[in-house]
Design a protein around this ligand. Structure first.
Ligand code: SAM
Length: 325
């Protein structure tokens, strides 16, 4: 379970000149930024491969698809990162075997390592979602999580998904920012970062301040982040793109309203303070609060707030030509 020998090597220590060049080249920025993040990504986003994230990944899949006869034989993930979505979906019984792909060699390396630890039947390669390096009609399922908003030509990537899917095969993308959700998440994040890094300058709170070098590195990462985040979506626009790419049975769904309004300041606060301040008790309390707010979103907010104001969008569709799974 290693990367292909012809795949490029990870580059976790980009030079100033490379970062400068990446500010003008979005695909180079994707590779530098995500190679840089690969080894610490799971910790940064609290990604795990246990019950908590298996349930989360499966919950997103079920919310997007409804019911489907499982398992799929062979699945592909685009922009796999460390493998969060497909590896956890496979653990939940969604697919028997998988291929993880990403533009960042560092991410493919970590995803394959995670798959190996979990004993899953997974191979992987470095791949651009706009030119997927697999033959037509290869996969039963193509998935992605938080990747479409990084791809310059989203419709081209969706067409590529349909090309590599077998007739009747399904695509499922989740974790995409809606336009309204991204607006309030960014503002809440900015305000929380400013407030936390200002308040922790008070000498009595010095223990809550991360070393300046780490804060500077976060700010440099944020500059690249602005180059790698290319799109936000309206659910209707996602549906139109998937249909125009050739998918049928297309459906966009959104989730997280109260959970996102609360979650973005929490995540930003966590990134701004030293890791050791975030005890297990604190993390558990935050997770439980998120679950409660998600319940509120599903059972109350969904009835009163229009779908485009929720933060997370997902899209599913089927390649025409055989009965859908
Ligand atoms: C926000 S991360 C999400 C990673 C993972 N799917 C997750 O949810 O944890 C986006 C990933 O998409 C990858 N990516 C960006 N542009 C891409 C492209 N054109 N083709 C394939 N992967 C891409 C990045 O390298 C990165 O690993």
């Amino acid at each position: 379970m290693t990367a292909r020998p012809d795949d490029p090597a990870p580059n976790p220590h980009a030079t100033e000149a490379e970062v400068e060049a990446a500010l003008k080249d979005t695909k180079l920025a994707q590779v530098l930024y995500h190679d840089w993040e690969a080894e610490t990504y799971d910790d940064k986003w609290s990604i795990s491969y246990d019950e908590r994230c298996i349930e989360y990944a499966r919950g997103r899949f079920d919310a997007a698809v409804g019911s489907a006869p499982l398992p799929y034989e062979r699945a592909l993930e685009l922009g796999c990162g460390t493998g969060f979505f497909l590896l956890n979906l496979m653990q939940s019984g969604v697919a028997k075997s998988g291929s993880v792909t990403d533009l960042s060699p560092g991410m493919v390396k970590v995803a394959l390592r995670n798959a190996e630890h979990l004993g899953l039947d997974v191979d992987g390669r470095v791949a651009d979602a706009e030119t997927i390096p697999y033959d037509d009609d290869t996969f039963d399922l193509v998935v992605g999580h938080a990747v479409l908003h990084h791809i310059p030509d989203v419709e081209l990537a969706l067409k590529e998904c349909l090309r590599v899917l077998k007739p009747g095969g399904r695509l499922v993308f989740a974790g995409e920012p809606t336009t309204a959700g991204n607006f309030y998440a960014r503002w809440l994040g900015r305000i929380t970062w400013k407030a936390t890094t200002t308040v922790t300058k008070i000498p009595a709170l010095a223990g809550w301040r991360r070393p300046q070098a780490e804060l500077d590195e976060s700010s440099r990462a944020a500059a690249l982040e602005a180059v790698v985040d290319l799109h936000t979506f309206d659910p209707r626009q996602l549906e139109a793109m998937a249909s125009s790419a050739g998918a049928v049975d297309v459906q966009a769904t959104t989730e997280e309203f109260a959970a996102a309004l609360w979650g973005w300041p929490v995540r930003t606060f966590e990134a701004a303070v030293p890791e050791e301040k975030l005890t297990m008790g604190y993390r558990l309390a935050m997770y439980k609060a998120w679950l409660r707010l998600s319940w509120l979103d599903e059972n109350v907010m969904r009835r009163v707030v229009p779908r485009q104001f929720f933060y997370n969008a997902m899209i599913t569709g089927v390649k025409p030509g055989a009965s859908a799974k």
